[in-house]
Design a protein around this ligand. Structure first.
Ligand code: PLP
Length: 483
């Protein structure tokens, strides 16, 4: 040991004795014993290492020792804050990847509850009593939804198409490229060599899949003739990637999906679209133009389409592949499918989400409800929140703002909305934002113009009172909510 004199080291409590103290014992009401012991060990060790690093006055050390129990409590609270918790998303970003993307609808939650606690027929055919195919019931629901949306007969479609569910769209795309194009060439437009976020870059995924990238066209213009000219005997696939998170404006050109499909058919090269969003509603009904509609892609005669389950579709995290039966079967037989397949809880949630669509009840899905919410409705709720929170210390104004869909889905598009802008007399906006995140449940807002903005479009209405209570108690010491 070095630094402090031995006498000071001897002032530190022994772990066994320390853990027996009343103050520490009280923590056992809230936390498991092993966590309390572990946190105590860390806190004492930290003080010891302070002593090693330099001289500390006896009085200062005594104070630090007196405060050890508080430090343990703070340490435990910090650990708990880092566990997975539900938070209130008041950012106005409907699909926020950092906040878990799509909240699930009630049907999906019910299905998870039903399946989670016991056994289920995940890969078991109840009619024959033999092994069944994972996801076989889901496949029928996906095809039915796509057929309904396009007003075509399910039977016509089901004969030639099937579907497969994997862990996410990145896995679906990787699996598709690896199955269809390993060792061969994939033709893709330079305008679609995108990075989706979280390190998902199309050129990197292609390389890892064992396929060779053949870029055609330019960033802003690619013609069908560019694809045609690049086809050689080594070509395995024509790839189309949805420009999820950016827009190219001005002097631009891109062949239609139909042109690509036609070219693929003539050259006997399959066409695969990474559609991404899984959007199964017409977004123009909600004031957002120009958004690719998943059922259009999936039923266009294309060979294969991938999309996410937890973006605009509003379901659990998963990747959905829809395509020609022969292609889906090849993918299912790829040994890597085993590494990417989904679990029973995901299938249960996806089934619940699909039945919500099939029952014509899509606006009960949180994502669709938030898209559909009228700005006047958000404004009415903001007025109530601001009136209840406004005090001599806290300014609360209702301001017009724009909500965005997010999650890499509708670049540049936004929805008119309203927010409560909070400004505290003596705290900076970053402090206010941090205090909001420290509440239980944490509230995540957006810092903007020296205020913290809470856009209520992304907050479930039944949590308005919770917000009023928690924020009121935190900044005004009371809540104006009549109980
Ligand atoms: C979001 C997105 C992905 C990645 O989807 P995950 O489900 O997050 O893996 C891939 N491709 C496109 C076009 C996307 O928009």
């Amino acid at each position: 040991m070095s630094g402090a004199p031995n006498r000071q080291y001897r002032m530190l409590p022994q772990l066994g004795e320390f853990v027996g103290r009343d103050q520490i014992q009280q923590l056992l009401d809230t936390y498991p014993a092993d966590l309390v012991t572990e946190a105590s060990r860390r806190v004492i060790a930290r003080l010891r290492s302070h002593l090693q690093q330099g001289v500390m006055a006896d009085e200062k050390l005594e104070i630090a020792i007196e405060q050890l129990a508080d430090s343990v409590a703070a340490e435990l609270a910090k650990d708990r804050a880092q566990s997975l918790r539900s938070v209130i998303n008041a950012t106005g970003v409907i699909l926020q990847t950092n906040l878990g993307r799509a909240p699930l609808g009630n049907a999906a939650i019910r299905r998870i509850e039903e399946v989670a606690a016991g056994y289920c027929n995940l890969e078991f055919d109840l009619a024959s009593g033999e092994r069944g195919e994972r996801g076989s019931s889901i496949e029928k629901l996906i095809l039915r939804l796509l057929a309904n949306e396009r007003s075509i007969s399910v039977d016509a479609d089901a004969a030639s198409r099937s579907a497969l569910v994997v862990n996410n769209c990145a896995a679906a795309t990787y699996l598709a490229l690896n199955t269809l194009a390993e060792g061969g060439e994939v033709i893709v437009s330079r305008g679609e060599l995108v990075e989706i976020g979280g390190g998902f870059r199309i050129p990197d995924v292609l390389r890892k899949s064992g396929a060779h990238l053949r870029e055609v066209g330019t960033t802003n213009r690619t013609r069908i003739s560019d694809y045609a000219a690049a086809i050689t005997p080594a070509t395995r696939l024509l790839l189309r990637v949805h420009r999820s998170n950016f827009r190219i404006e001005g002097f631009t050109e891109r062949p239609s999906l139909q042109e690509l499909i036609h070219l693929g058919a003539c050259a006997s090269v399959p066409v695969f679209e990474d559609q991404g969003t899984g959007c199964a509603v017409h977004l123009n009904e909600y004031g957002i133009d120009d958004e690719a509609y998943w059922p259009d892609s999936a039923s266009s005669g294309i060979d294969l389409v991938s999309c996410s389950g937890d973006k605009l579709f509003g379901g659990p995290q998963c990747g959905i592949l829809v395509g020609k039966c022969t292609i889906i079967e090849m993918i299912r037989r790829n040994p890597l499918y085993r590494a990417f397949r989904v679990d029973k809880l995901t299938l249960a949630a996806l089934e619940g989400t699909l039945s919500t669509y099939l029952d014509g009840d899509r606006e009960s899905l949180p994502v669709i409800r938030m898209l559909a919410m009228q700005p006047e409705e958000v404004q009415r709720r903001c007025n109530r929140l601001a009136d209840a929170l406004r005090s001599s210390a806290l300014r609360a104004e209702v301001v017009a703002t724009r909500s965005v869909v997010g999650g890499g889905t509708t670049p540049g598009a936004s929805l008119p909305s309203f927010a409560v802008a909070l400004e505290h007399l003596s705290m900076s906006e970053t402090t206010v934002a941090a205090r909001l995140r420290g509440l239980d449940p944490p509230i995540v807002g957006r810092v903007c113009d020296r205020c913290v903005r809470l856009d209520l479009r992304t907050v479930p209405e039944d949590q308005d009172d919770l917000l009023i209570r928690q924020i009121g108690m935190e900044f005004n010491g009371s809540s104006k909510l009549e109980e």
